[in-house]
Design a protein around this ligand. Structure first.
Ligand SMILES: [Zn+2]
Length: 168
C-alpha cells in the first residue's frame, strides 16, 4: 500500500523554486523543462542539474545525473540523509537509480500523473514507458509533494510552453 505524501515545508518550497528555475533554464536551452537539486542532511545545496535530453540522449534526466553525482561524491550515510528535490516526480528509470544508490527523501513539485495529464491535454506524444509512483518502485522512500497553487501552475505553464513549441 502507498503511504500518502507528507505536506511540503517552507524549506521544501525554497528548493522547489530553485528546481523551477533550472527547469526554465532547460526550456530556454530548447529542452523539456525539468530541473533538480540535491540537498545535504544539513540543508546545503550539493549539486544541481537540468534536463539535457536535447544535447545528449533520452536518458539525460536531471534526477539520474544527481544520483550518479551522489554515487561518486557522497558516502552511503551522506546519501541516505540527502534529499533530491525535483520539478517533476522521478520517472521509473530515475526512481530505480535513486533506490539502488540509496539516496534519501524525494520531494517533487508536480507528480508524474499530473504531468501526464497536462501533456495529454496539450496533445503531446505519449512516452514509450509507463509511469509509476516512486513509492511503488523504491522500498521505504520518504516522499513529499506535489506542490499546489502558483508554484504548481508555474511548472505546468513551462511544460505547456515546451509542447506548444515542439509538437505543433
Ligand atoms: Zn527520469
Amino acid at each position: 500500500m502507498l503511504t500518502s505524501p507528507k505536506p511540503l515545508t517552507e524549506t521544501d518550497l525554497e528548493h522547489l523554486r530553485h528546481c523551477l528555475q533550472l527547469a526554465e533554464e532547460a526550456l530556454q536551452a530548447g529542452d523539456e523543462p525539468f530541473g533538480s537539486v540535491l540537498v545535504s542532511g544539513n540543508n546545503k545545496v550539493l549539486a544541481t542539474a537540468r534536463n539535457r535530453v536535447n544535447e545528449l540522449n533520452n536518458l539525460a534526466h536531471p534526477e539520474l545525473e544527481l544520483v550518479r553525482w551522489a554515487a561518486d561524491n557522497l558516502s552511503a550515510d551522506e546519501r541516505k540523509r540527502a534529499t533530491l528535490y525535483t520539478s517533476g516526480e522521478h520517472c521509473p528509470m530515475c526512481a530505480a537509480a535513486h533506490g539502488w544508490i540509496g539516496v534519501g527523501p524525494i520531494v517533487y513539485l508536480s507528480s508524474a500523473r499530473q504531468l501526464q495529464q497536462w501533456l495529454q491535454e496539450a496533445g503531446a506524444p505519449a512516452a514509450p514507458i509507463r509511469f509509476l509512483p516512486v513509492q511503488e518502485l523504491i522500498v521505504d522512500v520518504e516522499v513529499r509533494g506535489p506542490a499546489e497553487g502558483e508554484l504548481l501552475e508555474q511548472i505546468k505553464q513551462l511544460q505547456l510552453r515546451y509542447h506548444a513549441r515542439h509538437d505543433g
